[in-house]
Design a protein around this ligand. Structure first.
Ligand SMILES: O=c1[nH]cc([C@@H]2O[C@H](COP(=O)(O)OP(=O)(O)OP(=O)(O)O)[C@@H](O)[C@H]2O)c(=O)[nH]1
Length: 568
């Protein structure tokens, strides 16, 4: 893998990404870079007219973002990072610079400008090597930019507004996200796609190569790498140039040393050189100077190893209603949030910082505030809130998964270990207390509502006159179905305990055919007749014998001419 030798030079360093952008975090994580996220507090308010070209603005903003983080970390006596990376993405069209829209109207203005035309996306990147000497911060700054040309198709007003209402434009330069729904607006891309998404990975690797493996004396006139040097490139240099190669690299190290880079991370030992010569891999140095292979950074494994921490941060912040609080009150300091929710200040601050690192919150000098995604999905009252499902995940699924080892050993459910009682019937367990029942219904409602439109439109169901959603709970999918197919009559069939509690979840003011609710047990009672049976999030809950019973009942009740293929 050719990229690793370059990125591997960062393995033993404390690397900080000075960006809250989840896309930048993902791009760098995907290639195995390990880093901390410290979002910059630098306000993107540089005077645009003072720059002669748009890319200069992006580069300067990237630099200021990175400098702010490097200085803050140094001043706050946090351990000074070795490398801080900052980036800024802008769109340039008709000599105007477009950043992130401030509201929907602004997004509309931006997208209308881009409509049917070609524009440029510039990402400026700053890489700062830091060193703390006599309590003074010394820095060496490297910066660059990348340009990608993007052309939008001619788009109707309706499409633009549909896109704006999706919420996607709000945290994206130029008001679109090419990696998601915004990709549908784009006719062509000339240049680096990831540059549009927020980070020019290819150019970044070339820059690292220039920094860490500068060309030797013999080919010094080719100062820049036009492609990312491969392992072979490095091998040849070491082989052919013997000591001079080491010397060149040492010079780089000392140059970086004088401006502050940790010398243990940059000086090559002869052991390292010989490792290069063997041609197996380019060596990496860890803190102890021990070589290790960079060719297989186990990023996926590390992600899986630590993933549970991130999940728990999300669960706890949701449980403590931090996102609700911030939606109501705007930016808040940790101490005020802690007072409001009755928690410790130090613990709350750590949790909030973790949320900011995960891209769930924004942290500015005014305090913490919700990102757009947090407002949409994590507050408890939003139309697309996932709050119910998150709480269910924390309170119910988490304890069960903690006992996965026993579940595998014993081949049985682990409710007795997780909750101190056996669950012969899963749903009896959910519905034994009002609190657990409501939590479960809220969970099912929130996930069903979020996915209902996609499910309802994934198939052409217009030939069906009636449908029965078995275990349809609050009717979230049923309500979407009657919106999409006004001639379809939908019956939701669920346990009496569920049907008795659906009123809280019913939509208000929808002018569509009503949904009918029928209570019963689909294993024991007669099923309502229908042309189409929907089993969504049902089968996985039951053993094969029970599934067989249910599918046989559906088969028997299906109207003549319609068969099991007509089940969702
Ligand atoms: O197609 C896409 N275009 C752009 C983006 C995202 O847009 C933002 C650009 O904003 P900025 O560079 O100011 O970065 P922030 O998100 O504010 O984070 P910082 O903390 O670094 O200031 C960026 O997130 C791109 O990823 C996109 O997703 N798709």
């Amino acid at each position: 893998m050719v990229l690793h030798p370059v990125l591997g030079k960062l393995v033993s360093k404390r690397v900080v990404l000075a960006s809250a952008s989840p896309r930048r975090q993902e791009i760098l994580t995907n290639v195995g870079l390990r880093f901390e996220v410290v979002p910059s507090w630098f306000k993107e308010t540089l005077e645009k007219s003072s720059f002669t070209a748009p890319y200069e603005y992006a580069v300067e903003t990237a630099k200021q973002k990175a400098l702010e983080v490097a200085n803050r970390m140094h001043v706050k006596h946090l351990r000074t990072p070795d490398v801080v990376i900052g980036a800024d993405t802008i769109v340039s069209v008709d000599e105007q610079i477009l950043e992130k829209p401030i509201d929907k109207q602004d997004a509309y203005r931006m997208l209308s400008r881009l409509n049917g035309k070609e524009h440029s996306v510039f990402t400026g990147v700053a890489i700062i090597h830091c060193h703390s000497k006599d309590n003074r911060l010394e820095m060496e700054i490297t910066d660059f930019y990348e340009e990608t040309k993007v052309k939008f198709s001619e788009l109707s007003e309706e499409l633009l507004w549909d896109y704006i209402h999706s919420g996607e434009p709000m945290d994206k330069a130029g008001g679109y996200g090419i990696q998601a729904l915004g990709g549908m607006l784009v006719e062509y891309v000339h240049g680096d796609f990831l540059n549009v998404v927020g980070f020019p990975l290819n150019h970044f690797c070339k820059k690292l190569a220039e920094l860490y493996y500068p060309p030797s004396k013999h080919n010094a006139q080719h100062k820049k790498y036009n492609s990312i040097p491969s392992v072979d490139t490095f091998e040849n240099r070491s082989d052919g140039e013997g000591e001079s190669s080491n010397f060149t690299e040492y010079k780089v190290a000392s140059k970086l040393d004088s401006s502050g880079m940790d010398s243990s991370g940059a000086v090559y030992t002869s052991e390292n050189s010989s490792a290069v010569r063997t041609g197996f891999t380019v060596p990496l140095e860890n803190q102890n100077g021990v070589s290790q292979s960079a060719s297989k950074l186990p990023s996926k494994i590390l992600e899986l190893m630590d993933g549970f921490r991130a999940s728990k941060v999300l669960f706890v912040a949701s449980k403590l209603k931090i996102f609700d609080n911030l939606k109501k009150k705007g930016p808040m300091k940790a101490v005020d949030i802690a007072n409001d929710i009755g928690t410790s200040v130090c613990g709350t601050e750590r949790l909030l910082d973790a949320c900011a690192s995960l891209g769930l919150l924004e942290k500015t000098p005014q305090g913490y505030s919700n990102t757009d995604s947090a407002n949409t999905y994590l507050t408890s009252d939003g139309k697309y809130s996932l709050h119910g499902y998150i709480i269910h995940s924390n309170d119910h699924l988490w304890p069960l998964f903690t006992n996965l080892e026993y579940a595998v050993q014993e081949g049985s459910r682990q409710n007795h270990r997780a909750f101190g009682k056996k669950a012969d019937d899963l749903f009896k367990d959910y519905y034994h207390s009002q609190e657990v029942k409501q939590r479960f219904m809220a969970a099912m409602h929130s996930i069903a509502r979020l996915t209902a439109k996609d499910v309802a439109t994934a198939f052409d169901l217009s030939q069906f006159k009636s449908a029965c959603d078995l275990g349809g709970c609050t009717g979230a999918l049923a309500h979407e179905l009657v919106q999409v197919y006004p001639n379809l009559k939908v019956t939701v069939f669920d346990l009496p305990e569920v049907i008795a509690n659906i009123s809280f979840f019913q939509p208000s003011g929808q002018h569509t055919a009503p949904v009918t609710f029928v209570s019963g047990d689909f294993f024991k009672d007669n099923l309502p007749e229908a042309d189409l049976y929907i089993l969504s999030r049902v089968l996985h809950d039951w053993p094969d014998e029970k599934i067989h019973v249910l599918l046989s009942k559906i088969s028997a009740v299906c109207r003549p001419g319609l068969n099991m293929e007509k089940m969702l």
